[in-house]
Write a protein that binds this ligand. Sequence first.
Ligand SMILES: Nc1ncnc2c1ncn2[C@@H]1O[C@H](COP(=O)(O)OP(=O)(O)O)[C@@H](O)[C@H]1O
Ligand SMILES: [Mg+2]
Length: 341
Amino acid sequence: MASVEDIGIDLGSSNVLIYSRNRGIVLNEPAMLAVDHESRNVIAIGLEAYKMLGREPGNIEVVRPLQKGTIQGFDMLSIMLNHFVVRVIGKHIFARPRAIMSVSASANEIEKRQLIIGMFEAGTRRTQLIDRPLAAAIGAGMDVAKYTGHMVADIGAATADIAVLSSGEMSARNILSIGGDAFTEAIIRYVRLKHNLLIGFRTAEDIKCSIGSVWVAGDSKVTLPIAGRNLVSGLPKQIEVNREEISEAMEEPLHQMLEGLTGVVERIPPELANDVYENGILLTGGGAAMKGLAEVIEENIKIPCRVADNPQQCVAVGCGKVLEHPGEYEQFIGERRKGKR
Ligand SMILES: Nc1ncnc2c1ncn2[C@@H]1O[C@H](COP(=O)(O)OP(=O)(O)O)[C@@H](O)[C@H]1O
Ligand SMILES: [Mg+2]
């Protein structure tokens, strides 16, 4: 039975995306809440909370319940999820929608069960979970039911979830505790050490996404004016940074990511190794939008590497496709999947 608002949810460490069966991506907001220290009241959720980040008054704190890839405040996570789901599906009394959700792999079984209960309380009928690399591959249009092996790396803010897929099953999976945040934090550290300038997370994100590149070719002198607080004088100051130095700033997390990927490549089952070398590595997740990343991976790991179209949306779109084509994909999710093992 096709329901009005069946939804696919990507509950990521920095962004929540919701795909509606009839409308495509309908929500894409930061996974953040602004909370009053004393009363613990939630002041703002999502985009409104992100706008306050770095500018919050003393009594308010902006929290990311899934920062570092682990659940840090389950109550906050539940409040946020409920808020987003209710906003998308409205209040349903009789026709409850179905949901397919992809949660950070570091959530334990109890937390996953609680999230499913939370989804029910928000108004869904039934929620099934899907592994992130599988959802990402489906969302990127990969034929996951095929026997041939493919490697997928979903790079989020806090983690990179990497797996080899064949016939919808995962092997050689590894979840690295390194994602886009590590590159942002490396920029903050570098600017502080090299320029004695303290910059905020949002400024560093802007630098990373605009001029940041891990593969510097000809245009290394592209510059960006940035503002922060001079650590010596304590006064606000503006400087210019260029692409070359930002690339230098990001060397360490890049190196760690390459090591993590190599670790997975080394564990590819022998019967799938050839396939992976032929099909290459598919990058999804917001972190895959990092300029030059596919080129650097290809150069270092010697396996072809490409970035999916709209990489940040792949997981949510994958969850949505499972809803839209149950016959094709249902064997890969929830209890049926477990029964197969
Ligand atoms: N153009 C870009 N260049 C580099 N990094 C990017 C770009 N766009 C988004 N990102 C990074 O992608 C990460 C967020 O990816 P996302 O998949 O939404 O995270 P999660 O799944 O963990 O919620 C952040 O670290 C963000 O800085
Ligand atoms: Mg993501």
